[in-house]
Design a protein around this ligand. Structure first.
Ligand SMILES: Nc1nc2c(ncn2[C@@H]2O[C@H](COP(=O)(O)OP(=O)(O)O)[C@@H](O)[C@H]2O)c(=O)[nH]1
Ligand SMILES: [Mg+2]
Length: 320
């Protein structure tokens, strides 16, 4: 496999021919960011809109990966193909969760109709929020019809990523206060479908009531998020979840909201790219000798911070 180059065009071609290693390398390019990722973006940007994205988010341990694995079985039974991105903002080397996911997903690893990838990006600005849409675009360009993105529902970036999907599923568990926690984490607003997973445990009905009450207090659109009960580990309620995803998709397509959502998504991505590019440029100017001089002038009270900042900004602009 050493013949496989790092050239995005060659990798895309190989991935199109079904080479999983090529797809894995493409995803690594996306994770790393930089020039190769940008080149890849230029090769894939025109393939948009074929893939339907499903976001899944919820607290750690709520059963997102188990539910994803269960959903993958349903999807395969329907002879559809599903790519899964498990977004893991932590180090890829601590990987306990990833290992767990691999175990749960082992039914699917030999299946050409399922692709599973854990993604972690570190070290570059805007890592996850820029890498995820890129990764989705690669999968879209490779004709994956369904892309499921799993993120932990803590942290604004992770919630935003799941919330940017066409259909977003929020997973909670039975038990006092779980729905309240989800609400605090900002999950209520992004939910198109609620899943109470681990419904084999006590308190599922109370949780349903909590969610219902919160929904009544919030300003709902036309779509009323259904609240489903599942036992992911026993494949209970998962057929219904798949049907609800399809129903939500149909709703979005029929009322024109799908397009509106995707425009909002592009909007967010674009402003993220612009912000990060500017930020990178400014950060680069911070290391320059002129900047050190400016700082000394600031210390001596010879210049005011806004004037110094204006000089830095124009330095960054001149670099362009
Ligand atoms: N009792 C029960 N346990 C479950 C269910 N779904 C998942 N689990 C268990 O909950 C733990 C966390 O699941 P996981 O899918 O890794 O959660 P994630 O962190 O949200 O991806 C694992 O030990 C699962 O076996 C369920 O429906 N019922
Ligand atoms: Mg998981």
């Amino acid at each position: 496999m050493n013949r496989l180059s790092r050239d995005p065009v060659a990798l895309l071609k190989a991935a199109r021919e079904g080479q999983r290693l090529a797809l894995a390398r493409l995803m690594s390019l996306v994770e790393r960011g930089g020039d190769e990722a940008r080149l890849l973006g230029a090769e894939t940007y025109s393939h948009v809109g074929g893939a339907y994205t499903v976001g899944m988010t919820g607290a750690p341990g709520s059963g997102k990966s188990s539910l994803t694995a269960a959903l993958a079985s349903v999807v395969r039974a329907e002879e559809e193909r599903l790519a899964i991105l498990a977004i893991d903002p932590s180090s890829p080397f601590t990987g306990g969760a990833i290992l767990g996911d691999r175990v749960r997903m082992q039914d699917h690893v030999m299946d050409d109709g399922i692709y599973i990838r854990s993604m972690a990006t570190r070290g570059h600005l805007g890592g996850l929020s820029l890498a995820t849409p890129q990764a989705i675009r690669v999968l879209d360009a490779l004709d994956w019809p369904w892309v499921l993105v799993e993120t932990v529902g803590v942290g604004q970036v992770e919630v935003d990523i799941a919330g940017a999907a066409d259909t977003t599923i929020v997973v909670v568990n039975p038990g006092w206060g779980d729905a309240v926690q989800a609400n605090k984490a900002g999950l209520m607003e992004v939910a198109d479908i609620f899943v109470i997973n681990k419904a084999d445990r006590k308190g599922a009905d109370d949780t349903r009531r909590d969610i219902q009450q919160m929904l009544e207090l919030s300003s709902l659109g036309e779509w009323e998020p259904p609240i489903l009960m599942t036992v992911a580990t026993d494949q209970v309620g998962v057929d219904e979840l798949w049907r609800e995803i399809a129903a939500h998709r149909e709703y979005l397509e029929n009322c024109g909201e799908l397009k509106a959502r995707r425009i909002r998504r592009i909007d967010a991505e674009l402003s993220e790219i612009v912000t990060r590019s500017l930020e990178n440029r400014v950060v680069a100017t911070m290391d320059r000798p002129e900047t050190a001089k400016l700082k000394e002038q600031l210390m001596r009270g010879e210049i005011d911070p806004y004037a110094a900042a204006a000089q830095l900004i124009s330095m960054a602009e001149d670099d362009n």
